[in-house]
Design a protein around this ligand. Sequence first.
Ligand code: ATP
Ligand code: MG
Length: 542
Amino acid sequence: MMEAKNFIEEIINQELAEGKVTTVHTRFPPEPNGYLHIGHAKSLCINFGTAQKYGGVCNLFFDDTNPSKEKTEYVEAIKKDIEWLGFSWYEIHYASDFFDQIYAFAVKLIKEGKAFVCDLTAEQIKDMRGTLTEPGKESPYRNRSVEENLQLFENMKNGVYQDGEKVLRAKIDMASPNINMRDPVIYRVLHAEHHRTGNKWCIYTMYDFAHPICYSMQGVTHSLCTLEFEDHRPLYNWVVENVGVEHKPRQIEFARLNVTNTVMSKRYLKKLVEEGMVSGWDDPRMPTLTGLRARGIPAEALKKFCEEIGVAKANSEIEVSYFEHFTREYLNEHAPRAMAVFEPIKVIVDNYEGGEYVEIDVNPNDPEPKKRKTYFSKEIYIDAEDFSLAPPPKYFRMKVGGMVRLKGAYVVRCDSVEQNDDGSVKAVHCTYLPETRSGSDTSGIKVKGTIHWVSAEKCVPAVIRKYEYLLKDAEYPGQDFSERMNENSLHEFNGFAENYLFDAAEGESFQLLRKGYYKKFVENGKLVLSEIVSLKDSFKPQ
Ligand code: ATP
Ligand code: MG
């Protein structure tokens, strides 16, 4: 028996012990109407992870019952995202592959007097549905004969009616305390072209009817879904019992993932793309899986996050800094170090001539750290924020009269500064201390600050991109996303970087010393360094 690490596994353990199931077969059921986001990653990890743990399998099941919003583009993107996370599905199925069988089950329900064709409009059905405290009213069409229902349903299928003119409803109980059980609609007329079945159908099954049937057909034992489906479970079970399938799947619900400062709805993410607020679904600020991948988030970090947040039955909001924590942890271990300056100021080492290669650690966290060479020269660039004309007390970076170590190279003493007419820094003049060379320092001189730099002689211009969250903090609970957009989430700098970064593999991630984790790529022949996550961890465990 596996040790259960959440309530779903407790249920499964019990079922296994009682012999109710002998294997675990799950599915991940996206609707191909947009790209997957970080919330879907949680569902993926739970569905694939649970199956894996029990030596079972997980299907990829496309819920394509809503033809007007679905596209093949999304199907392909979803597959790619799942592969990126490292999950392998057992079989791929589409709800549309089962349309014939689902139709046959609907006919069976009609024959058994368990479903009827209803002529009420959507509006009327809603008005007659009742409330949480009052029962609903029965449809005047509820007692049509089986023969009439069969004929009308066939007419629906044959395109005799307009959209919305007729629906098929399950005949359950208009007085049920669960509103989903009050004669729910299970088929509607919809003259729309489907991305897979074309114009074959002009009636489409509703989600609640399709899912349990499709899962039964696939041999799914557990459909693990989010809490909003809890109220639909009685209907799910009703379908399983009443259509007469042999294999009976079970639905178990868990809490949705919500993350602070993060848009978590396909509908709204789509709006951001359509309105041009972002460059596309794969904009590095997007919480889509394709966006996270473009950003440089390691799949392993995302999976670790999903594992650590656990599986609960109550909805909650997770701090975005908790997610960033795992990205940082992973990259700290895996990303090579490099140097770049974001807002360059020139430093001239007056007593140094020529140039030489010095060494910096590739990654000091490696079990056996390696060194690599970088070029040092008379003229270098440092970051504007590492120099102060009016240093506050305890300022250990570069200031006139102070000493600082240039990472991997020498200790320099800052002698003077040349300024432009507007007071800005034109160049800083320093003297280096030859006996302080890193790795062979015999000087005994101790300095409190070490700063990064790049050689002005051997460096490349770099476009540096930093990001803020797309979504500002809510001012009050439930504030609409549209009022929380951060219009200023992209910042660009023109800096300089080591040649090493230009030569590195496309898409590789680095820790830019003292700056953060950045992904490298080349755009129109120019080096771009795109922020993955900042260096500092602001996450505080509770
Ligand atoms: P959205 O509301 O963003 O459009 P959805 O629920 O409509 O999402 P589906 O394609 O139907 O998207 O989702 C596929 C699966 O992913 C469902 O089982 C759903 O429960 C799950 N899922 C969606 N969002 C989240 C989330 N934020 N946390 C956990 N699971 C989620
Ligand atoms: Mg959905």
